[in-house]
Write a protein that binds this ligand. Structure first.
Ligand code: SAH
Length: 464
C-alpha cells in the first residue's frame, strides 16, 4: 500500500491538465507537480487519497524531451507558473488534450462529433501580461522586499525576475521599494493588520505604450509622495510612458488586490489601450484582459464562429466592459450586452460612446435574471455569445438562451470542465457543438481558454 513519505523512481506516463505529470504506483495514479510525460524522476508521496495520490519531485533523473528547465529564474519557488517546466509546443498539446478529455468525460460529447483544432498559441510565450501585482513585505532581516508569494504560501519571495510580464514591471516595483526604504515607509502585515503598503500593481497599454503604477495602502496617504513620483518617473527611459500614478486605499482585512477608493498622485486616473481597433479607458479597478495579443486571437475566432453578416440581433452575456459586444456591433445590426458588475456596465456604455458605436446597449444584472426577462418579453436573437466565469453558466440562463432560439451560440470558456457540463445541457435543448477551438491566453500556466460554435438543430434532430 502506498504511504505518505514513500520514495520512488518513477517514469512519468502522461500529463494532467494542471502541470502535474502522472505515473502509476501499485495501480494508483500518482500526480507529481513539476514533472512531464517522459521524465524519469525521484518522487516522494505527500498525500494519499482513496483513488489517487500526490507527490513532490526530489530529483529529475532523466529529463523528458518535452522538458524546459530554466524558463524563469524564479520558477522553482514561485507559485505562478505551473507549466513553466514544459516546452511551449507541448503545453499547447496538453491544453487541447485536456479540453477534448473534459468534453468526452464530463459532457459525453465525443470528438468524432465536432470539428476541433490545435490550440492557438502565442509567438512570444513570455512577457505577455499587461498587468502585474507584487505583494510587499519584509525578509528575515527586516529589509523591505517585493515580489511574489512562494508556492502555496503567503510568504513573500524577492522578485529577481518574472518572465510573464514586461521587464519594466520590476523597474517600477523597485522604484517604489527604494522610496519606501529611503523614507522609512512601512509594509503592511496581514496577520496584525498594521503597516502601510500592501501591494504594487502595474498596468501597461501594449498598444498605447502607456503605463499605470498603483500603490495599494492600508491608510489614506503616503509620506513624501512627491519623492515616490520622482523615482517612478525616473524609470521613464523605457518603452512605456507613465501616464498615471495612483494611491489605492484598502483598509479592509481582506485579500483583495485593490480597495475601492483611488487617489490620483500623478497624471490621469486611467490609461488607454485598444483591442481589435476599439479604444478603452482602463482604471485601476477595471477588468481588462491580461493578454492583449491573444485576446485579439480569441475574439477574432469568436467573430469567425458567429459568421455575422450585418443584419443580426446579437446578445452578449457576461460581457464585462463590453469588449465582445463592441466588436460584434461592427458586424451586426444590434447588440445587447449583459453583465453583473455595474461599474463594468458604466465602462461599457462609455466605451461605446468614446468609439462612436451606436448599435450596442448594455444592461446591468445577472445573466439568469436578464436573460429571463428578455426571453419573457419575447426577445429573439440570431447569435448569442456567452463568456461566463470559471463556474460556467447555469441551467436557468441556458434555458432562456434556448427560448430566444438563436441560430448560433458562441460559447467562450475559461474552464473546460464547466464548459463540458454546459454543452451537454445545451445539447438537450437542441444545440449541437460544431467547432471547438482552444486558445492559449495564459502561456506557462494550466489555464485554458476555449471558443465553441454551437448550431441550432432542426427539431427532429434533437437527441440524435
Ligand atoms: N466577456 C468579457 C468578460 C468575461 S469574464 C471579456 O471578454 O472581457 C466573465 C464576466 O462575467 C465577468 O465580467 C463577471 O463580472 C461576469 N459575471 C459573473 N457572474 C455573472 C452573472 N451571474 N451574470 C452576469 N455576469 C456575470
Amino acid at each position: 500500500m502506498l504511504k505518505k513519505n514513500d520514495i520512488f523512481d518513477a517514469v512519468i506516463e502522461a500529463d494532467a491538465g494542471n502541470g502535474s505529470g502522472i505515473c502509476r504506483v501499485d495501480d494508483i495514479a500518482v500526480f507529481a507537480g513539476g514533472t512531464t510525460r517522459g521524465d524519469k524522476a525521484k518522487i516522494k508521496i505527500v498525500n494519499v487519497k482513496s483513488s489517487y495520490a500526490l507527490a513532490e519531485v526530489l530529483e529529475i533523473l532523466e529529463p523528458s524531451e518535452n522538458r524546459n528547465d530554466g524558463f524563469c529564474a524564479s520558477s522553482a519557488i514561485c507559485g505562478g507558473c505551473d507549466f513553466a517546466h514544459i516546452k511551449y509546443e507541448r503545453q499547447l498539446e496538453i491544453k487541447k488534450e485536456h479540453v477534448l478529455s473534459c468534453l468526452e468525460r464530463i459532457g459525453k460529447i465525443s470528438k468524432e462529433n465536432f470539428e476541433y483544432f490545435d490550440t492557438l498559441g502565442i509567438k512570444k510565450p513570455f512577457e505577455y501580461r499587461n498587468k502585474m501585482v507584487f505583494p510587499v513585505g519584509y525578509d528575515k532581516k527586516r529589509r523591505i522586499i517585493g515580489g511574489f508569494y512562494k508556492r502555496g504560501t503567503h510568504d513573500i519571495a524577492e522578485l529577481k525576475t518574472c518572465a510573464q510580464g514586461p521587464k519594466e514591471a520590476s523597474l517600477f516595483l523597485n522604484a517604489v521599494l527604494e522610496y519606501m526604504r529611503e523614507e522609512n515607509v512601512s509594509c503592511y502585515d496581514e496577520k496584525t493588520h498594521k503597516g502601510l503598503v500592501r501591494r504594487v500593481f502595474v498596468r501597461f497599454g501594449f498598444y498605447s505604450k502607456e503605463a499605470m503604477v498603483v500603490i495599494s495602502v492600508n491608510g489614506n496617504k503616503l509620506p513624501k509622495a512627491e519623492k515616490l513620483i520622482e523615482k517612478i518617473l525616473s524609470e521613464e527611459q523605457n518603452e512605456f510612458s507613465v501616464k498615471s500614478i495612483i494611491l489605492n486605499v484598502n483598509k479592509q482585512k481582506n485579500n483583495l488586490v485593490l480597495g475601492n477608493d483611488n487617489l490620483t498622485l500623478f497624471g490621469r486616473d486611467y490609461i488607454y489601450d485598444s483591442i481589435c481597433g476599439i479604444n478603452y479607458k482602463i482604471s485601476p479597478n477595471s477588468f481588462f484582459q491580461v493578454n492583449p495579443v491573444q485576446t485579439e486571437v480569441l475574439y477574432n475566432k469568436a467573430m469567425e464562429f458567429a459568421e455575422l453578416k450585418g443584419d443580426e440581433t446579437v446578445i452578449d452575456l457576461y460581457c464585462g466592459i463590453g469588449t465582445i459586444s463592441l466588436m460584434a456591433a461592427k458586424y451586426a445590426k444590434s447588440v445587447v450586452g449583459v453583465e453583473i458588475v455595474e461599474q463594468a456596465i458604466k465602462d461599457a456604455k462609455n466605451n461605446a460612446i468614446d468609439n462612436g458605436i451606436k448599435n450596442a446597449e448594455f444592461i446591468a444584472g445577472s445573466a439568469e435574471t436578464i436573460s429571463f426577462e428578455l426571453a419573457k418579453s419575447g426577445k429573439k436573437a440570431d447569435v448569442i455569445f456567452i463568456d461566463p466565469p470559471r463556474k460556467g453558466s447555469d441551467e436557468k440562463t441556458l434555458d432562456c438562451i434556448a427560448e430566444m432560439s438563436p441560430e448560433k451560440i458562441v460559447y467562450i470558456s475559461c474552464n473546460p470542465a464547466t464548459l463540458a457540463r454546459d454543452l451537454a445541457y445545451l445539447k438537450t435543448k437542441g444545440y449541437k457543438t460544431k467547432k471547438v477551438q482552444p486558445v492559449d491566453m495564459f502561456p506557462n500556466t494550466g489555464h485554458c481558454e476555449v471558443v465553441c460554435a454551437l448550431q441550432r438543430q432542426p427539431r427532429s434532430d434533437i437527441n440524435s
